[in-house]
Design a protein around this ligand. Structure first.
Ligand SMILES: [Zn+2]
Ligand SMILES: [Zn+2]
Length: 425
């Protein structure tokens, strides 16, 4: 599959992406101009009356990484990115607390104790999670900039607990053949038991789900009537060779998976924020993502999960299995703090390096080395020699004079690198 150049209409509204060759022609004939380098986006200079096909956006949310994808009706992936979320919030908050505490014990004027300023706002989130949630919403919004998005799907939890506990809903779902496997209680039971046999604790063997009360005696399709057993133990149990103690059964079946409530509130926050931006926001669950991803024949990666999420809701009605076309390149994005204020590290006699704009360069600006390699400004020295690295901070060079660098794009609160294929033009 070829590369894509994102296209905006004259009024800035998104159109379908085009091939790099066509974009080159448009730019050469001055029929379009470049509006963004990453992802490479051009804007037409005339109003193109087009009937744009729309794409579905999938958002996968992790603790350290997020995945975002956009997939068109015909299975063509239009955008796939992996996002490195910030993990420095906690240490930065600790540092700030330390500074503030030190400041208070210094000799200063008397200050009346304040006691009523610790109220938390209504929908408060811990700072670490707030950062992750906001970053995720931001990168999702960035996709809607160059692409027409009509539906957004977010994975909110590994399983839909309400559905699992209510056999009535399950039965309704079972009527829909396509969804049958998705909401399977079986998957949940195996997940709850950590994919281990509860008798011999073996995990690298084929597992079966045993019904404690036999299946033909009424409502037995509830998770707390099932446990995971390996084939050997299961056979032995039915032959009466082994017995599972009531105590252990109780332990396993009551072990309801509790999804950490703060993670839950973060995902709710993401869904709420996305609903403000998009008209059609759907939620999905981890087990559905997994089934869809396997059906598409994709291995487990952040990007593939995001692709599966994007079409999870519609896969029942559309046959994506034949058509899914991934992009040759993946965008790697990294979230950065809004300000980089540290003056210098080390001894106090060291010369200060200006934090803002040094010879036209800031930290994390995207630059081109004389060799042609594209990297990011990792460190600046007052001597004018810079450290240039890739997006993960692995240095390409430790000393390159700033005059030899070409600025490609200024660093914002997110930076982007293209992996797999060099960027168009
Ligand atoms: Zn076993
Ligand atoms: Zn059994």
């Amino acid at each position: 599959m070829s590369k894509k150049v994102y296209v905006q209409n004259k009024d800035g509204s998104p159109l379908m992406p085009c091939k790099p060759a066509k974009a080159r022609h448009l730019l050469r004939d001055k029929k379009a101009e470049v509006v963004r380098r990453e992802p490479f986006t051009i804007r037409l200079r005339w109003n193109c009356e087009s009937n744009t096909q729309e794409a579905r956006l999938g958002v996968d949310m992790g603790a350290k990484k997020a995945g975002v994808s956009a997939v068109r009706e015909d299975g063509q992936v239009l955008y796939q990115s992996k996002v490195e979320l910030r993990t420095d919030i906690r240490s930065k908050m600790d540092k700030r607390r330390k500074y503030r505490r030190a400041r208070r014990t210094r000799k200063t004027r008397y200050r009346e104790p304040r006691f009523d300023n610790r109220r938390r706002e209504k929908r408060w989130l811990p700072p670490t999670l707030k950062s992750k949630a906001n970053s995720t919403v931001k990168v999702a919004r960035q996709v809607a900039n160059p692409l027409p998005i009509n539906e957004v799907t977010v994975e909110v939890a590994p399983f839909n607990m309400q559905k699992l506990k209510n056999p009535k809903i399950q039965r309704e779902e079972y009527q829909n053949r396509e969804l049958k496997r998705h909401t399977s209680v079986r998957q949940y039971v195996l997940y709850r038991d950590k994919h281990q046999c509860i008798n011999c604790k073996e995990s690298d063997v084929p597992l079966q789900v045993h019904h404690i009360k036999p299946r033909n005696k009424g409502e037995t399709e509830k998770p707390n009537n099932m446990v995971s057993l390996c084939v050997k133990c299961h056979e032995k149990l039915h032959k009466g060779e082994i017995e599972l103690s009531k105590k252990s059964l109780k332990y396993w079946t009551n072990k309801e998976y509790k999804y950490a409530s703060h993670i839950n509130s973060m995902k709710n926050h993401i869904v709420d924020e996305l609903r403000k931006l998009f008209n059609n926001v759907q939620i999905t669950f981890g087990n559905i993502t997994k089934t869809v991803r396997k059906k598409l024949g994709l291995e487990k990666t952040d990007v593939n999960d995001a692709i599966a999420i994007a079409i999870a809701i519609t896969i029942a009605s559309l046959d994506f299995t034949k058509n899914i076309k991934k992009l040759p390149h993946t965008f790697i994005q990294k979230c950065l703090p809004t300000g980089r204020y540290q003056l210098h590290k080390g001894k106090r006699s060291e010369k200060r390096v200006p934090t803002k704009g040094f010879n036209g360069f800031n930290q994390w600006d995207k630059v081109k080395l004389p060799s042609g390699t594209v990297g990011f400004v990792k460190g600046k020295r007052s001597s004018g020699y810079f450290d240039v690295s890739d997006i993960y901070g692995n240095s390409y060079t430790h000393s390159v004079k700033y005059e030899k660098l070409d600025l490609i794009s200024k660093a914002g609160t997110t930076i982007m690198e293209v992996k797999g294929n060099s960027s168009p033009t």
